[in-house]
Design a protein around this ligand. Structure first.
Ligand SMILES: Cc1cc2nc3c(=O)[nH]c(=O)nc-3n(C[C@H](O)[C@H](O)[C@H](O)COP(=O)(O)O)c2cc1C
Length: 352
């Protein structure tokens, strides 16, 4: 296949494994890239426990990058999460430094503003893709000079935009607004959606949840099983932050890609919804988090995703779960996506 994204990133198919923190590792990323897509190492890729050591975080990432290269010489990406301050900023900057030293080909930068790091990453030889969740965010990334944009709707697993626009509505609005290539994400789990994304004017797809239900993904079996069992009504998007007062100049999370978080609707979340008569916000989720022992990764996210702890309601998943019913090798996911997109294209050609 040939699109602006295959040309820009040097891949065979315009299929990008989305950034997914703990539930990515070198095996998974290498498998997607070797199959012709673009694998992405997330923060904490390949790790089983948290570390507060910035230096160690960087060295863990370096090892993962080298492990990908032992398996494939195809392009792959690393996700840098920006926008947070304090120690998180130090972690991000250390990881960027390692990415530059290791000469990785593609950076997927997410959550905050593209203005700060884009030039530096490009000068180090990377193509920079910024993950956005609104037209305004996409326009500001384009002004900052990024090479391409991921735009993901509220259908998607994990973080997406505060406004909760769906992928189907948001993608064509972003495509109309910017001149650079757009990669559509959020709820994509079947090749017909790749064909649909191309029809909407995007030049590729960004897929997280579908790739968790794969043989190579380090997610816990209980989490993978929950994905297979979940249907269309089994996820919920919970908002972060508040709408700010007009005229205050504060945007809260509204200008970023972390305004809401979609995950599997677990029994714990149902309990809150029943107790609070249908209302739930991010602070309710925080109440589930006590201190997490190191045997469970030392972090609520690791405990849920990697250790399969069902008490922690952090099994991020997109609305595409209803389309996922088997655990497959990553290469087979890529192959099926392409075959299903071709089939959709044939159906459309017959209609038109
Ligand atoms: C388990 C999980 C972890 C995620 N972690 C990250 C992350 O570390 N950084 C990031 O930018 N996005 C993260 N996301 C969001 C994805 O990059 C992407 O937007 C989303 O998976 C696309 O929707 P889909 O899951 O329906 O395919 C995560 C999503 C999931 C499901």
């Amino acid at each position: 296949m040939k699109t602006g994204i295959t040309e820009l990133l040097g891949v065979e198919y315009p299929i990008v494994l989305a950034a997914m923190a703990w539930v990515t590792n070198a095996d998974m990323v290498a498998a997607v890239s070797a199959a012709g897509g673009l694998g992405t190492l997330g923060p904490n890729a390949g790790s089983l426990v948290v570390t507060n050591d910035v230096e160690e975080t960087g060295e863990r990432l370096r090892q993962q990058i080298r492990d990908v290269r032992k398996v494939t010489d195809k392009p792959f990406a690393v996700n840098f999460v920006v926008g947070a301050g304090g120690l998180d900023k130090e972690f991000s900057e250390r990881c960027m430094r390692v990415g530059m030293e290791e000469k990785i080909p593609v950076a997927i930068v997410s959550q905050g503003s593209a203005a700060v790091y884009t030039r530096q990453l490009q000068e180090a030889g990377m193509k920079v893709v910024h993950a956005c969740a609104s037209v305004a965010h996409a326009l500001s990334a384009e002004r900052a000079g990024v090479d391409a944009i991921v735009v993901s709707g509220t259908d998607g697993g994990g973080h997406s935009g505060f406004d909760q626009n769906t992928t189907f509505c948001l993608v064509p609005q972003v495509v109309r607004a910017v001149k650079i290539p757009v990669i559509a994400g959020g709820g994509v789990a079947h090749g017909s959606q790749l064909a649909a994304a191309l029809a909407l004017g995007a030049e590729g797809v960004y897929m997280g949840t579908r790739f968790i239900a794969t043989k190579e993904c380090p997610a816990h079996e209980r989490y993978k099983q929950a994905l297979l069992e979940s249907r269309d009504g089994d996820t919920i998007a919970i908002r972060h932050g508040m709408v700010s007062q007009p005229g205050t100049g504060q945007s809260g999370f509204t200008g970023e890609r972390r305004g809401s978080l979609r995950m599997i609707l677990s029994d714990k979340i149902r309990e809150v919804l029943i107790k609070k008569e249908g209302h739930i916000d991010f602070n309710d989720l925080m109440t589930f988090q006590g201190p997490i022992p190191i045997e469970k990764g030392g972090s609520a996210t690791a405990a849920a995703l990697i250790y399969g702890d069902t008490d922690l309601p952090f099994w991020a998943a997109g609305q595409g779960v209803g389309l996922i019913d088997t655990v497959l090798p990553c290469a087979e996911v890529v192959r099926r996506m392409v075959a299903e997109a071709e089939e959709a294209n044939r159906r459309l050609a017959a209609i038109f």
